[in-house]
Design a protein around this ligand. Structure first.
Ligand code: SDX
Length: 432
């Protein structure tokens, strides 16, 4: 746990009274004032809408340094894991805290395989969705439905391991099935012969009338893209999973809430919004200057999607890796995507523009992912589903850490009330 700096104390003066508050320091040297006693000692709260300056928990899962542009998973740089690991290995690392041995990896993969199919009764749900249903709506509903099919409460570590691998494996199947439903094609079942990502690509793109060949280059790209999304500190959706989990809600309900939070265009939904933005620029003649001007115009709701970040005030390390994957996938598939040219021109001009420089706005993980996904054949409404697939091990690990943390209580922030106090009550019969 974060060390309490006994020698360092923050002092707060309220109404002439000095309140001493301990300072906590984490393993990366980040510090936080411990205000848990503030109301008791000084009868004041802290005010921080959006929690931009608030630490909500102590966590050993990932570390994001926005000044250095650094992302660590259990201490390992994401660049190392993306280069040398599979997504399943990284999922194990996030959930268990160590990279798996060969035996642990085989056991984990066997659990993935055992849980890869969905209950036949769940498949009837798909038939009732309209074709235009957004896959994120299907995904969230299916995940919370898993608690009806698997109601056993996660008590032991073994229970959580089974629930975790069941969710990790089934979410991939549900994602592929929701895509097949949306294009009116029969589903392809998971195969015990295939790895996690090869299985997913096969379930997504194989069909009875094509000789779909699983491309190892695209399997590697899929592994890397999922690893890059696997965890990212206390972002909006992870904080949502923790808040829901803090009430004692089960893993499926907590992850369902996380999926819904991720769907927002300011968060995981941005990867789909980036492509829509690039398509608009292309449709309007390919001039990026107009998009940049609109993004800077405070009277215009449009923002430069895929740009900016609450934590990164330099390059998001993931964006650079995704950009490299983009070029590899485009080369492998022999496709040229004019949207990539537009994106690169947009990035270049924005990074040279004082508005973005002053605000330290850089491309984030969502800026290039859509171009890689398009080249792999995914439709844009599946992009946020892919983000959810990648983030799932992080959500599970964070939910598990919360449940084991002795410091954690039910999440219940306070507010500053701005409504009236005791207005005169007029019964309905005397009102106009
Ligand atoms: C993800 O938190 C995480 O870790 C998230 C994530 C993860 O892995 O979980 O990294 C994934 O969600 C990445 C972000 C994806 N979202 C987008 O790309 C949407 C576009 N970006 C913005 O909406 C914004 O940058 C946010 C939402 C990402 C961050 O919002 P903040 O931290 O609340 O920043 P802000 O709105 O306070 O912006 C500060 C200034 C403002 O201008 P001023 O009022 O100071 O004049 O920067 C401006 C903003 O208007 N600004 C932008 C902008 N982002 C910020 N202006 C134009 N275009 C943008 N994209």
């Amino acid at each position: 746990m974060a060390d309490e700096l006994k020698s360092q104390v923050a002092e707060l003066r309220v109404d002439g009274q000095v309140v001493a508050l301990p300072v906590l320091e984490d393993t990366a040297g980040f510090r936080a004032v411990d205000i848990r006693g503030l109301w008791k000692d000084a009868r004041v709260y802290t005010y921080d809408p959006g929690f931009g300056c608030t630490v909500s928990c102590q966590s050993a899962i990932s570390h994001v340094d926005g000044e250095k542009g650094q992302l660590l998973y259990r201490g390992y740089p994401v660049e190392v894991l993306t280069e040398h690991c599979t997504f399943v290995e990284v999922a194990y690392l996030l959930i268990h805290g160590t990279l798996p041995t060969h035996a642990q990896s085989e056991k984990f993969s066997a659990l993935f395989n055992r849980h890869s199919m969905i209950h036949e009764d769940m498949r009837t749900f798909f038939r009732r969705y309209p074709e235009r249903a957004h896959p994120m709506a299907v995904l969230s509903a299916m995940v919370v439905s898993l608690s009806s099919f698997y109601p056993e409460v996660e008590q032991t570590d073994e229970d959580i391991d089974i629930a975790a691998t069941r969710l990790l494996s089934k979410l991939r199947t549900i994602a592929a099935f929701s895509y097949k439903k949306s294009i009116g094609e029969p589903v392809s079942q998971p195969s015990y012969k295939l790895s996690y990502c090869a299985n997913f690509l096969n379930m997504m793109f194989s069909s009875p009338v094509t000789d779909y060949q699983i491309d190892p280059v695209l399997v590697r790209a899929m592994n890397q893209l999922l690893i890059l999304h696997a965890d990212h500190g206390q972002n909006c959706s992870t904080s949502t999973v923790r808040l829901v989990g803090s009430s004692g809600a089960n893993l499926y309900a907590s992850v369902c809430a996380g999926i819904c939070a991720l769907w927002g265009p300011l968060h995981g939904g941005a990867n789909q919004e980036v492509i829509e933005m690039l398509k608009t620029i292309q449709r309007e003649g390919g001039h990026v200057d107009k998009a940049i001007a609109q993004a800077k115009d405070k009277t215009n709701p449009r923002r430069l999607m895929g740009f900016g970040h609450r934590i990164y005030k330099t390059f998001d390390p993931r964006a650079g890796i995704v950009k490299k994957i983009c070029t590899e996938v485009l080369a492998r598939t022999g496709t040229r995507d004019p949207l990539l040219d537009i994106a690169m021109e947009l990035e270049g001009k924005a990074l040279a523009d004082p508005y973005f420089i002053e605000r330290k706005l850089y491309p984030n993980v969502d800026f290039y992912t859509g171009i890689a996904y398009r080249a792999m054949g995914f439709p844009s409404d599946m992009f946020t589903v892919l983000f959810a697939l990648g983030r799932l091990p992080g959500w599970i690990a964070q939910w598990q850490e919360l449940r084991r943390d002795p410091h954690q209580r039910i999440g219940r922030p306070m507010q500053l009330y701005t409504g009236p106090m005791n207005p005169a009550f007029v019964p309905i019969e005397k009102r106009p």
